[in-house]
Design a binder for this molecule. Structure first.
Ligand code: SF4
Ligand code: SF4
Length: 353
């Protein structure tokens, strides 16, 4: 049985966060001393903390102090969508903690191949850092919505181990099948095998996430040594109309264990909006899903009044479905696989679905 500790924290108050972690680490039996620790936030892009796109810098800072007090060597990093790790760390505010506390940056620019015997059809994954080079990997997802997968939580945050533009390859392989993509995400999560997952839902995001949704002051902080069980717990707290594709697959494969929840005053989550893209056919597999999606699922569109013509959408599109030889991006919906990477990574929130 996996233990989940869930609590409340208002506005990233450092004292409240510290009190929660001291109690919660004891509850889940996390011990550390003189270890090499990687803090892996969700660092999608260099957006300010108020936008709720990335794990909050204050949470990273408080955790780093806890590990430094125990003489650990602390690294921080992720592989953002299109920027360098350093640039995204700077613009997200996390680099301030790196400088003040003397942390090290993990750039996720290595090319480490790891074999998998997981649930997806794929047997090899290229990673930007070698998980085995750290004694402790601390997975720090943000509680926010995701156009393709409904939510991005603990398991999906490990997709950040895949180097920047390599991510497109996995989107292309999964095509329009969220269950195939879910299998890939679960395999990567199990390869990295983080020691603990700490969910930042203090300032969360609902609506059309993961980069342009509505920031929500939920005050939620929760952790577990098992991200799948933690994700299932959060899914239950949100009372979603249908299961998330990732958790549906994980349950089918018997990967979601029983949970013992230590409730340290976690607030209820009310009126949580899913992305408009989450439709009733979201969980259908294979060819049926492909056809239904092409017919019914929302298409990405460019809001020309917001577009700065930077071309990032075309660079990150796995299906080469966006042309930039006209004044504004042009979409080829026959090629488009509805992965919504363009919406996720447009720095101007100019792509709507
Ligand atoms: S839609 Fe966004 S990413 Fe694409 S060119 Fe315009 S501003 Fe850049
Ligand atoms: S156009 Fe957007 S949604 Fe369609 S495949 Fe490209 S990145 Fe994905």
């Amino acid at each position: 049985m996996s233990k989940i500790v869930a609590g409340r924290c208002d506005r990233y108050d450092a004292v409240e966060l510290r009190r929660f972690f001291d109690r919660a680490f004891t509850e889940v039996g996390l011990v550390f001393d003189h270890q090499r620790v990687l803090l892996k936030p969700n660092l999608l892009s260099g957006k300010s903390p108020q936008k709720a796109v990335n794990t909050h810098p204050q949470l990273v800072s408080v955790l780093a102090e806890i590990f430094l007090e125990k003489s650990c060597e602390v690294y921080v990093g992720d592989s953002p969508g299109y920027e360098s790790t350093e640039k995204a760390l700077r613009n997200s505010g996390i680099m301030d903690a790196v400088r003040e506390l003397g942390l090290k940056v993990a750039s996720f620019d290595k090319r480490v191949i790891r074999k998998s015997h997981g649930i997806s059809p794929y047997r090899e994954f290229l990673l930007g850092e070698d998980p085995a080079s750290f004694d402790l990997i601390v997975n720090l997802p943000k509680l926010k919505t995701h156009a393709m997968m409904g939510l991005t939580l603990g398991v999906k945050n490990m997709f950040g181990f895949v180097p920047r533009f390599e991510k497109a390859k996995w989107h292309l392989k999964a095509g329009r099948d969220p269950l195939l993509f879910a299998g890939i995400l679960i395999d990567i999560y199990r390869l990295v095998n983080p020691s603990i997952t700490i969910l930042d839902g203090v300032l969360a995001m609902d609506g059309d996430g993961p980069s342009s949704g509505r920031p929500r002051d939920l005050g939620v902080i929760a952790l577990s040594r098992d991200a799948l069980t933690l994700d299932a717990f959060i899914e239950g707290c949100l009372a979603l109309p249908s299961p998330l594709p990732l958790l549906r697959l994980a349950r089918e494969k018997d990967l979601v264990g029983q949970a013992e929840v230590v409730d340290l005053g976690m607030p209820p989550i009310r009126d949580f909006l899913l992305p408009k893209t989450m439709d009733v056919i979201g969980n259908l597999p294979g060819a049926v899903h492909h056809t239904m999606k092409r017919l019914f699922v929302r298409k990405p569109k460019c809001m020309q009044d917001l577009c700065k013509r930077c071309g990032i959408c075309a660079r990150v599109c796995p299906a080469s479905a966006i042309r930039t030889d006209e004044e504004f991006p042009v979409f080829d919906y026959k090629k488009c696989i509805r992965c919504y990477c363009c919406q996720e990574l447009c720095p101007e929130s100019a792509i709507r679905v």
